[in-house]
Structures are given as C-alpha cells and as structure tokens.
Design a protein around this ligand. Structure first.
Ligand SMILES: NC(=O)c1ccc[n+]([C@@H]2O[C@H](COP(=O)([O-])OP(=O)(O)OC[C@H]3O[C@@H](n4cnc5c(N)ncnc54)[C@H](OP(=O)(O)O)[C@@H]3O)[C@@H](O)[C@H]2O)c1
Length: 217
C-alpha cells in the first residue's frame, strides 16, 4: 500500500521506516523535500521524499506527525488540491506548548472542551481522521515487543471503517488488541495523557514505557 507521512521528525521517520520494512511504498514530506530525502536515501527501495502536498497526494493512508502548534497550517499546505478528501488520516500529534519549559502545558483552546484531533477533523471535514499512536514514544509505536509485557494502544475517530483500517495496520505492527475509545472527541483524553506522560518520563528513567490496562479476572 502507499502511505504518505506528513512529518520528517522522529515520529514521521520511525513510522515511515517501519512501513517500508513491511513492504509498503512510503513518501515522507516536510515543508521542503530536503530532510525527507536524507531519510529516503538511507532506506532505499520503497522510500520516497516530497513536500507536504506531494506526500498527502501519494498516500492512500496519510499520517499527520508534525509539531502540534503547526498541524492545521500543515494541513493547509498538504491539502491545497483536496487530495486528502475521503482518505484515512492518522493523527499522531499532541498539542504541546513548551514555551514555559518542561513539562509542557497543552495549547490553550485545544484542551478539555476541545482537542487537536477534533480540530484536525473539523479543519478537513472530508478526511477520515483517526487519532492513534500519540500516547507513547515513537520507538514503541512500531515495536511494542520492545517492552517487557504487552501494553495498550488506542484509536478514536468518527468513522468506524477508517478505525478498522487503522486497527488492521496496528495488528501488522504487533498490537494485538487496540482499544476503541469511540469518536474523535476522545482525543481530549489521549492528548491530556501527555500531562501525565511527561511527568512519568523522568520518574521512569526515559521514554520506553507505556500504559497497560488490567481488567478484573
Ligand atoms: N517524539 C515522539 O516520540 C512523539 C510521540 C508521540 C506523539 N508525538 C507527536 O508527534 C508529532 C511529531 O513529533 P516529532 O517529535 O516526530 O517531530 P516534531 O519536531 O514535533 O515535528 C517535526 C515536523 O514538524 C514540522 N514543522 C515544524 N515547524 C513547522 C512550521 N513552522 N510550519 C510547518 N511545519 C513545521 C517539520 O517540518 P519540516 O520537515 O519542514 O522541518 C517536521 O516535519 C508532534 O505533534 C508530537 O507531539 C511525538
């Protein structure tokens, strides 16, 4: 399958590399193709570089993995020709504001009564947005077996068929039982987890941990 990845950072290139290793054609895009070209040259066959618009047009499924504060502006650059209409758009972003240092706060207006996931869906009403992957560090997204025990991952979105496509993808990456949190408004919850996650990170001695939910037996 063809994937478009909007984002040349750790998340974008980590997801992109894993998707190439699983036999997909993947285009990573940034404001320009320059950083994506460095990634594509390292990966070789199956890896392509472009700008945001080219990556959006290339993907049958598209991943949004850019700085939270820039996410809506990037969608404007990516979707100028409405190439995202009808496509599954996996939103990995978090609305983090580091202006007051670490730990970050969540961007005013994107928390509690709203979320970045909802704003992405409202901004691109013709795309089928699924919030996923944003609750853990990039290395774990594509290799859950790096952790000592199975852990949990979540999907949230208004389109059930789109969530089904993402769950299928998650299974190929090793996620056995993704948890469906319902509509895109559940992004409020998974994004707010970052307030806790960023405080857990120093306590856990790094980023290689994740949530594991345990039910009554
Ligand atoms: N790092 C993680 O492990 C992790 C885990 C979970 C969720 N997340 C979330 O995933 C997203 C990506 O994180 P990341 O760490 O991979 O990378 P990042 O540094 O947050 O974002 C890099 C991307 O943002 C774009 N960008 C930066 N400033 C921009 C601007 N002014 N206008 C347009 N685009 C701009 C960059 O474009 P260029 O390519 O043009 O430079 C690049 O593609 C974030 O929302 C983050 O909160 C990260």
């Amino acid at each position: 399958m063809n994937f478009g990845i909007l984002g040349t950072g750790t998340v974008g290139t980590t997801l992109a590399s894993a998707l190439v290793h699983h036999g997909n054609q993947v285009m990573v895009g940034g404001r320009t193709a320059e950083k994506a070209e460095i990634w594509a040259d390292k990966l070789g066959e199956g890896a392509h570089a472009g700008n945001f618009a080219e990556a959006a047009a290339f993907g049958e499924i598209v991943v949004l993995a850019v700085q939270g504060a820039q996410a809506l502006a990037v969608l404007d650059l990516a979707d100028g020709n409405r190439t995202l209409s009808g496509k599954v758009l996996i939103d990995v972003t978090n609305p983090l504001d580091f202006s007051q240092g670490f730990p970050p706060i969540l961007i005013e207006g994107m928390v509690n009564t709203s979320s970045l996931g909802e704003q992405v869906q409202a901004h691109l009403s013709a795309a089928r947005v699924v919030k996923c992957f944003n609750t853990m560090s990039a290395a774990i997204m594509v290799a859950p077996q790096l952790l000592a025990e199975p852990t949990d991952i979540f999907v949230a979105g208004d389109d059930s068929a789109a969530k089904g496509r993402v769950v299928e993808l998650l299974r190929t990456l090793g996620w056995q039982s993704p948890i469906d949190l319902g509509g895109i408004s559940s992004a409020r919850a998974t994004e707010s987890w970052l307030l806790f996650w960023t405080r857990l990170m120093p306590a856990m001695g790094g980023a290689m941990f994740n949530l594991k939910l345990v039910r009554a037996s």
